[in-house]
Design a protein around this ligand. Structure first.
Ligand SMILES: Cc1ncc(COP(=O)(O)O)c(C=O)c1O
Length: 400
């Protein structure tokens, strides 16, 4: 099945008046998701907002979302903790491990600064050493396995890796990497910000220990709901603790932690957003199988990558068409010294601003490496790609 020719522009308000290329930042919500959220807020207010009826509603909605997410990842619902976003999930995994002074974390040179900041703080508080393995300039994504294996030491307790790099669009061989790490007694935390909703996923097949994701990017759900998969084979203490994490004695005192991944959830959430994410996931399935949707994303990315390669003054960051929806490129000289890096950043920002203000095309700049990123989803079309490349070619002479 290929994507049905549905009217994306009336289904997704964000697609009505622009070419949207920032799925890696946030996906657009469709009318059904927006309506489901509004309806859920109405229902909660009509029933409560606090009382027996609402409790019953919450007791149905929370497991329903957990189940829907678990199905996407082919895992048991008991392994999924509901969070607010990717960074929450990474915090839970990173702070919940029993760190000792001298332990080491091995992370790539392409991790998101928010996650790097957590790792730096862990290093300072617990005397954990941080090693960095280079993956930004690999000739092939598969080489990441060797780069990581070469960086492992007997004290490496955890490897932190984005399953898809947010800056280059590279897709790393997670199963092979986990194998290398487990052979060394090292756990793996995958930052899955850019994979859930894009890649067909079967987490148990990868053996990954922790997989932190969000619903608001490629799944096109609301901002504010994400999740963390915790493998049943690992031990992790809860990081954020509250009434959702625990069981109770008869007199209402804490009796211990929930035995499932619910122990990593803390307290009250914006539950109507859960309905939104569940609706977004259901809508996602109406656009084809996971393999079909991913295939469409790769086909369109490859097309744009090739068009950009042929555009004078443009260098694609990934050496081959990325096997993901993220295409990053640099304009002009490569930023290989401090001065040219500053000029390159300014030039990229000017292009992004012009694309948005003059052509209604939304992209973003990244700083490491300095580049512009456009993302294609299965909702994106060849016409979007053509218009983007045409607009870029037209405006390039004004910035070069
Ligand atoms: C690789 C990666 N990690 C983490 C984040 C932060 O995501 P969130 O705001 O859901 O925590 C992003 C956001 O773009 C990202 O691309």
């Amino acid at each position: 099945m290929t994507a049905p020719s549905r009217d994306r522009q009336s289904l997704y308000p964000a697609l009505a008046n622009k070419i949207y290329g920032n799925y890696g930042g946030q996906g657009p919500m469709c009318q059904q998701t927006l309506a489901a959220i509004a309806h859920a807020y109405q229902e909660v207010q009509t029933l409560g907002p606090f009382g027996g009826a609402v409790k019953g509603w919450i007791d149905r909605e929370v497991p329903a979302l957990r189940q829907a997410i678990a199905q996407e990842l082919h895992v048991a619902p008991s392994t999924i903790a509901l969070t607010e976003n990717v960074t929450d999930g990474c915090n839970i995994a990173l702070w919940g491990l029993p760190w000792e002074s001298g332990d080491r974390i091995l992370m790539s040179d392409s991790e998101h600064p928010g996650i790097v900041a957590i790792i730096q703080e862990l290093g300072q508080r617990f005397g954990v050493e941080v090693d960095i393995y280079p993956i930004q300039n690999l000739a092939t994504d598969e080489e990441a396995g060797n780069a990581i294996a070469a960086g492992l030491t007997p004290r490496t307790k955890l490897v932190v890796l984005s399953h898809i790099a947010w800056n280059t669009g590279a897709v790393f061989p997670l199963t092979q990497i986990v194998d290398h790490c487990h052979n060394n007694g090292t756990l793996v935390l995958a930052d899955a910000a850019q994979t859930v909703g894009m890649l067909p996923l079967n987490l148990p097949e990868t053996g990954v220990d922790f997989y932190a994701f969000t619903g608001h990017k490629w799944l096109c759900g609301p901002a504010g709901v994400g999740g963390l998969y915790v493998s049943p084979n690992v031990e992790l203490r809860p990081t954020f603790i509250g009434w959702r994490s625990i069981t109770f004695t008869e007199t209402g005192a804490p009796a211990g932690y929930d035995t499932t991944a619910k122990q990593y959830e803390a307290a009250t959430s914006a539950y109507p957003l859960y309905v939104g994410l569940r609706t977004a996931i259901a809508q996602h399935h109406t656009w084809g199988t996971a393999e079909e949707r991913y295939g469409q994303i790769c086909t369109l990315s490859a097309r744009t990558w090739e068009q950009l390669q042929e555009t004078s003054g443009v260098h694609c960051v990934h050496p081959t068409p990325p096997k993901s929806g993220l295409i990053s490129f640099q304009v002009g000289d490569r930023p290989d010294d401090r001065t040219s890096a500053r000029i390159s950043r300014q030039r990229h920002q000017k292009i992004v601003d012009t694309l948005e203000n003059k052509y209604g095309i939304l992209t973003r700049t990244l700083l490491n490496p300095s580049c512009i990123r456009i993302c294609w989803h299965y909702l994106s079309t060849e016409a979007d790609s053509n218009k983007f490349v045409d607009a870029l070619s037209t405006l390039l002479p004004t910035v070069l």
